[in-house]
Design a protein around this ligand. Structure first.
Ligand code: C2O
Ligand code: CU
Ligand code: CU
Length: 482
């Protein structure tokens, strides 16, 4: 029933979907998966049919097509990024994960509000080499529309497995997609990944210093391509859905000559579009933005601007992007039949009510052993390294809590919480009306969030989404109880 991984190689970019400068490639063999289709963003797409989506994901180590060249990466179904899954609230998802790697792996459904146990978003499972595991759950009826993603989450191996390419976007279609100005825009999913490859296309193992700061690769790809071009019509609109699927790299994005109109953050829609000149995406985060074709014809670059994310102790210099570089571009082509607009309103966004409890999480670092590499840095939450046998915090189902993160280190830590989205608490002490599942706690600074534990009990986690920091200890458990 499973087709060789090679069959999937070379889906490539497709014509008629907004790409220029890349020619359509030949489809090699029959589409082997159920409900399979091709999308305009260089990745295979699987959409649910009659309320369910059944997908085989083969995690393998093979040569794949990356930015027009061959690269020896780890991939789902022979593609980097993995296939785009598309569902609606209330749909059932069934994934057969086939582990063809020579080490264990598993799956995490980043940002989905589903159960943290059983065959759902259970990061404590381990899928042995050669094994097949089923992940099956139903997306709640009230689940917000948005862009989410899948990636491995086996403590100790997460950064490496993600950095080698294992990541796949997942879209929940819902109310936001029905807003007329949003559905009229041309949509693209931009999966941002970075790789460090040698000249033969093989991944280079990062050194110890790179792990301390969080590994970054020199090759930045957008949905598996190098500097793709997206067509926009005069008076038309683009919907750019950004996902940072890199292990540690931050992106600070700005489109030359154009404002972006943010319509959604990690966990779904904003109440009204927010006009911004740039978008910061820490690892794991998503942003959804409309761009209007209101400029003169031409090519406009989507730039990744400098961002200083701190310093890795005594071991390294400044982390992050030093010099701006282009990661994609938008090119004018044709004219829209009627002028597109940014919507006035997108929907209601509640603000989380007053907190029943408060907690503080201190982020710190220390020296310790790093598996297979000798002495190095370890990363701690409230003075402790991750231990999945230990319950660090117990919370009550239904409660709203306010959490403060205190960063006692010289580098940013983008904190991420599983299972339930949260809201950032502003300087005025009130939660901002935007759903997040990640928040950048800048070096030596603090951040506050408000979070509600809704619908699901069980053990879940929070961690730094610089995945090397997570693997080096910066993760803690949260037990949600009745
Ligand atoms: Cu995308 Cu626990 O992470
Ligand atoms: Cu997650
Ligand atoms: Cu960190």
């Amino acid at each position: 029933m499973f087709v060789t991984r090679r069959t999937f190689v070379g889906f490539g970019a497709l014509a008629g979907a907004g790409y220029l400068g890349t020619s359509p490639r030949t489809w090699l063999g029959e589409p082997p998966l159920r409900a399979s289709a091709r999308s305009g963003d260089g990745v295979a797409r699987h959409a649910s049919v009659d309320g369910s989506l059944d997908v085989d994901l083969v995690a393998g180590d093979d040569w794949v097509d990356l930015a027009g060249e061959r690269a020896r990466l780890w991939s789902y179904n022979g593609q980097v990024p993995g296939p785009l899954l598309e569902m609606a609230p209330g749909d059932e998802l069934r994934i057969h994960l086939v582990n063809q790697l020579d080490e264990p792996t598993n799956l995490h459904f980043h940002g989905l509000h589903v159960a943290p146990d059983g065959t759902a978003d259970n990061i404590f499972r381990e899928v042995a080499p050669g094994a097949v595991a089923s992940y099956a759950f139903r997306v709640p009826e009230q689940h917000p529309a948005g862009l989410f993603w899948l990636h491995p989450h086996l403590h100790g191996s997460v950064a490496r497995q993600v950095a080698l390419g294992l990541a796949a976007p997942l879209i929940i279609r819902g109310a936001l997609d029905a807003v007329p100005e949003v559905s009229a825009a041309r949509e693209h999913v931009l999966v941002l990944q970075d790789f460090e490859l040698d000249r033969s296309g093989r991944p280079v193992d990062p050194g110890m210093a790179a792990l301390m700061g969080g590994r970054e690769g020199a090759l930045v790809t957008v949905s598996g391509q190098s500097r793709p071009r997206y067509a926009i019509q005069q008076e038309g609109a683009l919907r750019l859905r950004f996902l940072n699927a890199s292990a540690s790299r931050f992106y600070r994005l700005s489109l030359e000559g154009h404002a972006m109109h943010l319509i959604a953050t990690d966990g779904g829609s904003l109440a009204t579009p927010q006009r911004v000149d740039e978008v910061l995406l820490a690892p794991g985060e998503r942003r959804d933005a409309l761009v209007l074709g209101s400029r003169e014809n031409g090519v406009y670059r989507l730039m990744n601007l400098p961002y200083n994310r701190g310093a890795a102790g005594m071991m390294g210099g400044t982390l992050g992007t030093r010099t701006a570089f282009e990661i994609a571009s938008v090119v004018y082509e044709g004219r829209a039949e009627s002028p597109h607009q940014v919507p006035q309103a997108l929907g209601e966004v509640e603000r989380l009510s007053a907190a029943r409890a408060r907690r503080t999480f201190v982020l710190s670092e220390t020296m310790g052993m790093v598996r297979g590499r000798g002495m190095g840095m370890r990363f701690l939450i409230n003075g402790r390294e991750f231990d999945h046998q230990r319950i660090d915090d117990r919370v009550r189902l239904g409660d709203v809590e306010e959490w403060e993160y205190i960063n006692n280190t010289d580098m940013d830590h983008p904190m991420h919480v599983h299972t339930n989205p949260f809201q950032r608490v502003g300087a005025d002490g009130e939660p901002e009306p935007a759903w997040l599942d990640g928040i950048v706690v800048r070096a030596r600074r603090r951040e506050r969030i408000r979070i509600r534990f809704a619908d699901f009990v069980g053990a879940t986690v929070q961690h730094c989404h610089i995945l090397d920091h997570e693997d080096l200890g910066m993760m803690s458990t949260i037990q949600i109880e009745e």
